[in-house]
Design a protein around this ligand. Structure first.
Ligand SMILES: Cc1ncc(COP(=O)(O)O)c(C=O)c1O
Length: 410
């Protein structure tokens, strides 16, 4: 293991919690990660020592808070490899970042018969905004299908992209764990003049990501899946695009001037940040980034690859064909999100038995109903791994699953 998991666990107060005398085994980080003490301390420190609104007051604590908020933006920009902090628009989460693109860029640029290309493994956050646009504008949606080993089937990519205006693709599936190779997809989209939006909600917490190397136009990220608080995320976009795009929400902060007969907009990124932002959460997210930086994203990724291999082998050894596992078998093509199903047992029933063993997993459609329909199942159970998990957690999962299988045996 490349990470000192015992030391990491000691940084996460909730992991010391017991449930009915059992150690808490948290395997639901793809839904939302736990938070280290340093994140809580950064947020407390801001509120205890210098909290005020940002970009408004000219008194000391207001200026300090503004400095810490803008420093958080620079930290997010650096972590993502952005050219400039102005390319980081703070949003509530990745969903809002994608909606920002849909409401601002897409409604200004796309019209009936324009084509948006999605993939069959997208989260609803990267599906519903485009379905809404399809209903409103009559844009056409096309879908990149999946291979039998749960990867994108790129056989007909050029035909799917022909005439395309936007490719919207996830960097890592929140159901299958599949990691998509973004640069060739961007190159193919660029070749037909399409823009590219990457949903990096599951990738940024787990892999080194460099938005300039991806060379996409828009990248959506969310803080709460990467050790930060909920309520904060970001849209990275190329500065020229942000400058051309009309504002999304109207109100304070996003304006330069307002008259009775009109308004002019603020510079980017504030043009897209109407109203008081999530100040404390931005500072907490920045502390989470510092925590991940100290671990090193290469080490985080290597840890998860090794643990995913261990988990896939352990599940295969214990249950064989009795447990269907949905996702690539090759850990070079996937992250630590593992979806599975005993064909005879409902995913929710399994997760309830797991809860009795203090093993926290997610059961359901994982906000990916088009994918569930393709898999032909209403739900799966999903275990997801992060920096504070180790082989003991995987063993606890496997043992708890064996109990569930026995409990529901016919
Ligand atoms: C792939 C993917 N995209 C988007 C989202 C939405 O993230 P948020 O709820 O933080 O907006 C999620 C959350 O589960 C996700 O897994």
């Amino acid at each position: 293991m490349t990470l000192d998991v015992a030391a990491i666990r000691a940084d996460f107060p909730i992991l010391a919690r017991e449930q009915d005398g059992r150690r808490l085994v948290y395997l639901d980080s793809a839904s939302s990660s736990q938070k280290p003490r340093s994140v809580m301390c950064a947020m407390d420190d801001l509120m205890e020592r210098s909290y005020a609104n940002v970009h408004r007051g000219v008194y000391a604590i207001a200026e300090e808070t503004t400095a810490r908020f803008e420093s958080a933006r620079r930290n997010v920009a650096r972590f993502l490899g952005a050219r400039d902090a102005a390319e980081i628009v703070f949003t509530r989460n990745a969903t809002e970042a994608i909606n920002l693109v849909a409401y601002s860029w897409a409604r200004a640029n796309l019209h009936a018969a324009d084509v948006i290309v999605l993939t069959e493994m997208e989260h609803h956050a990267n599906v519903v905004p485009w379905l809404m646009l399809a209903e409103e504008r009559g844009v056409e949606l096309r879908w990149i299908p999946l291979t039998d080993d749960y990867r994108l089937d790129l056989t007909d990519l050029d035909a799917l992209l022909a005439g395309g205006a936007l490719l919207a693709v996830t960097a890592m599936s929140n159901v299958l764990g599949t990691v998509n190779d973004i640069p060739p997809l961007v190159a193919a989209a660029r070749a037909v003049g399409a823009h590219v939006l990457v949903d990096a909600s599951q990738a940024v917490p787990h892999l080194p990501v460099d938005v300039q190397a991806w060379d996409a136009d828009f990248v959506a990220v969310t803080g709460h899946k990467m050790l930060g608080p909920s309520g904060i995320g970001a849209l990275w976009a190329r500065r020229e695009l942000l400058e051309e795009m009309p504002p999304f929400l109207g109100g304070g902060e996003m304006i330069r001037d307002v008259r009775k007969d009109g308004f002019s907009t603020n510079d980017v990124p504030w043009k897209f940040e109407a109203g008081t932002p999530a100040i404390t959460e931005a500072v907490g997210w920045s502390a989470a980034i510092d925590y991940l930086d100290a671990l090193g994203m290469d080490a985080v990724h290597a840890h998860e690859v090794a643990l995913t291999r261990y988990a896939l082998d352990a599940l295969g050894d214990r249950f064989g064909d009795r447990l269907a596992v949905y996702g690539p078998a090759d850990t070079r093509q996937r992250g630590g999100v593992i979806s599975f199903l005993f064909p005879e047992i409902h995913a929710h029933d399994v997760s309830q038995v797991l809860d009795e063993e203090a093993v926290c997993v997610r059961a359901g459609h994982h906000c990916a109903k088009p994918l569930m329909r393709i898999l032909g199942v209403p739900a799966t159970t999903r275990a997801s791994l992060y920096v504070y998990n180790d082989t003991d957690d995987v063993d606890a999962l496997v043992d708890a699953l064996a109990k569930a299988e026995q409990f529901f045996a016919f």
